[in-house]
Write a protein that binds this ligand. Structure first.
Ligand SMILES: NC(=O)c1ccc[n+]([C@@H]2O[C@H](COP(=O)([O-])OP(=O)(O)OC[C@H]3O[C@@H](n4cnc5c(N)ncnc54)[C@H](OP(=O)(O)O)[C@@H]3O)[C@@H](O)[C@H]2O)c1
Length: 331
């Protein structure tokens, strides 16, 4: 095996400067885990932009190779759990955070993190979903398990043009839910409708500053990618027994809310932490993605880029300017 491989490397120079470049690394420099994987595809997520740009809450030590998603084939597995050539995916856990990540031709991870691909699912299809699809699917499964049916009412998805938002709208629409997409990009209204949204609103419409304890009932379920006052607004705008899944914080990590949505409308707030999903639940969610939630056709933008072009895409996502999924073809 060639001892060298190409990888994105982020180097923390100072608080104001993080250098990103494509470099040659050696297999020996990978962490000493039991499963060496030749990466064929990765995908870009918001968390990758934080890691790549020196966010110490995500990645403590630099130089570092980001990439929280990877799919490809087993090159070596010393534990015997997988054999050479098995097609697999890895998302979350510590991949791309403090473990060398998927924006590279190889990763080496504990085999406990590795999910086998079912036959008929390619590494490319797995990465079209990636962490974004897995996160959206986790929320949808929570909605279903909490009794939210297509006929229950409208479902709100914000951060609509982003990775998680895109996947959530497409999957919910496929399952027959009536989806309202909230976006800061009015020029993407037609795109979001094509994706499956029944209605598109501006994100300002779910940003209430009155601080009223409760607002008019609008949604039976919501997938919140943004946190902050938007999450507070959503909680106060839910119908009785409404379910809000929060997974993100692009607006803010802080939010304030009174107890009335909970004690007067029995609203439930569920946290989504996809990276640390236990393997049994993880396999259940992937089987939903490759089964009931699988999208026969993709009505969303999929931009496929080479590893050499990833830096510009990271910078664009960090500015909130991406629309749809960025797929990284590694091999
Ligand atoms: N908890 C988990 O397991 C988990 C897993 C995956 C992702 N996440 C988190 O979920 C969030 C979305 O991830 P992603 O990968 O989909 O990111 P992304 O592709 O960058 O999408 C984020 C979207 O949020 C909207 N947005 C940007 N700035 C905003 C602001 N200031 N206020 C309100 N909306 C804003 C934009 O959509 P519009 O212009 O259409 O509004 C943007 O496209 C991130 O916070 C990420 O860290 C969490």
């Amino acid at each position: 095996m060639n001892p060298y491989f190409n990888a994105l490397v982020s180097d923390y120079i100072s608080e104001k400067e993080v250098k990103k470049s494509i470099e040659q690394r050696t297999i020996d420099s990978l962490p000493p885990n039991d499963a060496l994987i030749e990466v064929h595809y990765s995908a870009l997520n918001y968390k990758d932009t934080l890691s790549a740009n020196g966010h110490r809450g995500i990645t403590r030590n630099y130089p570092h190779t980001p990439g929280i998603d990877a799919a490809g084939v087993i090159a070596e597995c010393s534990s015997g759990k997988f054999k050479e050539g098995d097609e697999v995916l890895v998302t979350g856990y510590d991949l791309g955070m403090n473990t060398s990540g998927g924006f590279a031709e190889y990763i080496r991870v504990p085999s406990e993190w590795v999910v086998p691909l079912p036959s008929g699912i390619s590494p490319k299809e797995a990465m079209i979903y990636g962490t974004a699809g897995f996160t959206a699917a986790t929320a949808i499964l929570e909605f279903q398990e909490n009794g939210i049916k297509p006929e229950s009412g409208k479902v709100l998805v914000n951060g609509a043009t982003g990775g998680v938002g895109t996947m959530a709208i497409a999957m919910l629409a496929k399952l027959g839910y009536e989806v309202t997409a909230a976006s800061g990009k009015p020029e993407q209204t037609d795109y979001l409708k094509k994706l499956g949204a029944a209605e598109v609103i501006h994100r300002n419409e779910i940003y209430d500053e009155t601080r009223k304890p409760l607002l008019a009932k609008r949604w039976i379920a919501a997938l919140d990618n943004v946190g902050g006052n938007t999450l507070s607004t959503l909680l106060r705008s839910m119908s009785e027994n409404g379910v809000v899944c929060n997974c993100g914080m692009v607006e803010s990590t802080e939010f304030s809310v009174n107890v009335f949505p909970f004690i007067l409308r029995a609203v439930r707030l569920i946290g989504i932490a996809s990276a640390d999903t236990a393997m049994q639940r993880r396999l259940e969610i992937w089987s939903k993605i490759f089964g009931e939630y699988r999208l026969g056709k993709y009505n969303f933008n999929i931009k496929e880029v080479a590893l050499n072009d990833i830096i510009a895409e990271i910078d664009k996502m960090a500015k909130g300017k991406q629309v749809g999924r960025i797929l990284v073809k590694i091999k």
